[in-house]
Unconditional design. Structure first.
Lengths: 501, 262
């Protein structure tokens, strides 16, 4: 027996009182694809041009249809449905089929199950139309076209209009013109003549809806989560026995991963203490792995760096190893090249240090497309930024134009300089006076005014910076800027932004 | 030629005597290379002290240039800093590339204290195939005693990765280092228009195992050739006396500049 839940588009966060419609572009015209209940009462139907609908209802709220989001939502709802039966079928765009054969009695029969589904979907914010039938197609047709609730299933199926067959509009029109208005009328005719006139599809669809034939169901595949548990007859507290249990768990997990052709990216070990407390150890590796020794080493590393060390108390009842994130990993091929070996060694170093110090402390520098100096680079955690992004090579024959060290925020300095555009002659930084010997500049860096609201108007875009590369009499090289031109600001401040090698 | 011969020899054992050959990388400045036996030894610890705290960027630049010289464009450099070092500025990939390095191949590690820094340093040194490991330590670092220093040097010898210890605001103490240097910023050779030129360093050899120490040089880093140059022999300028201020040239920075006046 099949069970069909039809889920109409519900507005995500529509303000009350305004009718809401979803639009699609068909042949260069915006047309309504779906409507909410309020719009339906106003007589707006899918297929109507948006301009016509607006003419009728100026208050109308129109939102472009997001099909990807719809199908994502449908998939999530289908996952929710898997608590009622293991076989859940997606029927895009807006229906879900649940095979409740042998499962309905667990929820108090068909009626009980339908109440439960309706309540659960209401919690999820969904208004649903539910119907049961012998076949998935029948249930779907009832949910879409019948008057609900259905009292007599067979009669209701025979009373369905011919559009429920899901044929081409031409064929449905042809059936109606032949005087066949309901499925019962069509079924009363010899099937050979129907097939001759409207094709075999019409007969097949009719048989499936009326329960004379069954179509193949394509249930959603559930992959079992990667969870491995070891329970102990007696609580264990010895570190050696915990390590032994963990390594057998890891072996089991790695075999399962290898079978699926996956490698784990994140691992979580839950240590369940006999008094009910749970302790967690989480590790993350930069590239998918199936190496139990590596994972064991990282778990050890993690356990060592905990702020409050693991306390076994009266011992652990069970260990649970979960792999929440896994990625594709083919069969490894060992290379004889030393370069590949060095890469692997570096990846292991990253994993180890990230586990011990935290992923935010091992970073790679990635160039960022901005000419504001403090935004020109991103320091990404090395665990996540595996692929190196090359940095642009500096022009040949020039001294360094960008400093090796940058202060963020820049440090204020007192400067004696020529007005308006002169270079600094001496400056005071950290209470020390520096005499300028050589300088180059200014290099003028404007703000990113296009990112600022109203930045296109003169004087609203922010302050321009004039950078000078200077060297003092001791040979120390600095990067100093004046924050603002004299026409922008009466008394612009000076800052030390970077230090050259 | 000495280098060529040493390259043909097998790598040194754990304890290297005065005659045992080790792999070395040259700095490019011949006088300096000769003074330390043909270049910096690979798989050893080299300590570089900033003469004053203000010289830390110059010192870091010198260390980075040494690392780039050994790492080339493909081998990664691991740069470890303590949290205190970040007060001296955040390392910039653009500035790194400006000195000729490849920041994309490098790892930057930030340790919360000296203990974690040294431990991460040993881990990094155990990883073979690196161009160099740099440990940037600010302050006295009492954790870096002879034991810790020996541990670092053993790890470096085993993996044949050089360790460059960059020390700022610290006094030299006995350690297992092969060489010890003191670096300060030096006035660069001015470009036309009084612009600062390529980075220059005053370096002094404080200690070199089984060799005389105490010499000092003024080196310039040539980014395009990825090589150091002794400014005394470059011919473009007479070298200045060491440890003395550069004489004020004419009216120096006050002179209105033709290049930028327009």
């Amino acid at each position: 027996m099949d069970h069909c839940a039809q889920t109409p588009n519900t507005p995500p966060d529509a303000p009350p009182k305004k009718p809401l419609v979803f639009t699609v572009k068909i042949k260069n015209a915006l047309r309504i694809a779906a409507v909410d209940a309020h719009a339906q009462t106003l007589g707006l139907v899918p297929g109507l041009a948006l301009a016509d609908a607006r003419a009728r209802e100026p208050q109308l709220l129109a939102v472009p249809m997001d099909e990807a989001a719809d199908s994502h939502m449908l998939r999530r709802l289908a996952h929710r449905c898997s608590c009622w039966s293991p076989t859940v079928v997606l029927m895009p765009p807006d229906a879900i089929g649940i095979d409740i054969q042998g499962a309905a009695h667990l929820f108090g029969g068909e009626a009980g199950l339908m109440t439960e589904v309706e309540a659960a979907m209401a919690v999820a914010g969904m208004e649903v139309r539910l119907a049961c039938a012998d076949t998935a197609e029948g249930a779907q047709a009832l949910a879409r076209f019948a008057m609900l609730p259905v009292v007599d299933e067979a009669a209701a199926l025979r009373a369905l209009p011919v559009v429920a067959l899901g044929l081409e509009p031409q064929a449905a029109l042809g059936l109606q013109r032949a005087g066949l208005k309901t499925l019962g009328d069509v079924a009363a005719r010899p099937s050979a003549s129907i097939a001759a006139r409207f094709g075999m599809e019409a007969v097949t669809a009719l048989d499936r809806i009326l329960g004379k034939a069954r179509g193949a169901l394509m249930p959603m595949l559930h992959t079992a989560p990667l969870r491995f548990e070891r329970r102990f007859a007696e609580p264990i507290a010895h570190q050696a026995s915990i390590a032994a249990a963990l390594s057998t768990l890891l072996d089991e997990a790695m075999t399962a991963l290898a079978k699926r052709g996956l490698g784990g990216r994140r691992f979580r070990l839950t240590l369940c203490r006999s008094d009910g407390a749970k302790q967690y150890l989480d590790i993350e590796v930069g590239s998918p792995t199936r190496d139990p020794a590596l994972v064991l080493r990282l778990f050890n590393e993690r356990a060592e760096t905990l702020n409050d060390p693991l306390d076994p108390g009266f011992g652990y009842d069970s260990l649970l190893l979960a792999i929440p994130s896994a990625e594709k990993l083919g069969v490894e091929q060992h290379s004889f090249e030393s370069e590949a070996k060095a890469d692997i060694a570096l990846a292991e170093l990253i994993d180890r240090l990230s586990t011990r110090l935290g992923p935010g402390r091992i970073r790679r520098l990635v160039p960022h497309d901005s000419h504001i100096p403090e935004q020109a680079q991103l320091a990404l955690p090395a665990v996540h930024a595996r692929k190196p992004v090359p940095w642009p090579a500096p022009p040949k024959g020039e001294p360094p134009q960008r400093p090796l060290f940058l202060f963020d925020p820049p440090q204020p300095v007192e400067v004696i300089a020529e007005v308006p555009d002169g270079p600094p002659h001496r400056f005071r930084w950290k209470r020390k006076l520096h005499e300028v010997r050589l300088y180059e500049g200014p290099e003028r860096i404007a703000t990113e005014w296009w990112r600022k609201k109203g930045g296109e108007y003169a004087g609203k875009g922010g302050l321009t910076r004039d950078y000078y590369r200077i060297e003092d009499v001791h040979g120390r090289r600095y990067w100093i800027f004046r924050h603002g031109l004299y026409e922008e600001k009466p008394d612009p401040k000076w800052y030390l932004h970077g230090l050259f090698a | 030629m000495r280098v060529d011969i040493s390259k043909l020899m097998p790598p040194s054992s754990i304890v290297a005597g005065p005659c045992e050959p080790v792999f070395r990388w040259e700095t490019g400045a011949a006088i300096l290379d000769d003074a330390i036996g043909g270049g910096f030894a690979i798989g050893r610890v080299h300590e570089v002290f900033a003469a004053r705290a203000e010289d830390s960027p110059a010192c870091a630049g010198f260390v980075l240039a040494l690392a780039i010289r050994n790492a080339g464009h493909s081998k990664p450099v691991v740069w470890l800093r303590s949290e205190r070092a970040v007060r001296g500025g955040v390392i910039q990939g653009a500035g790194w590339a400006e000195l000729g390095g490849a920041p994309e191949a490098c790892l930057f590690v930030l340790a919360e204290d000296a203990k974690a820094l040294l431990r991460a340093g040993v881990d990094a040194l155990r990883c073979g195939g690196l161009g160099a490991v740099v440990i940037e330590g600010w302050g006295r670092m009492p954790e870096l005693d002879l034991t810790a220093s020996r541990r670092l040097s053993l790890a470096a010898e085993k993996s044949e990765v050089p360790l460059l210890m960059l020390r700022v605001d610290a006094e030299p103490v006995p350690s297992a280092a092969e060489t010890r240097w003191q670096v300060s910023a030096a006035p660069s050779q001015a470009l036309p228009g009084n612009a600062p030129g390529a980075p220059c360093f005053d370096i002094e050899l404080l200690r070199c195992r089984s060799r005389p120490a105490g010499q000092s040089w003024r080196l310039e880093w040539d980014r395009d050739r990825k090589s150091f140059r002794d400014t005394a022999v470059s011919g473009s300028m007479v070298s200045l006396p060491l440890r003395r201020q550069a004489a004020q040239t004419g009216n120096g920075p006050l002179r209105p500049d033709a290049k930028y006046a327009a």
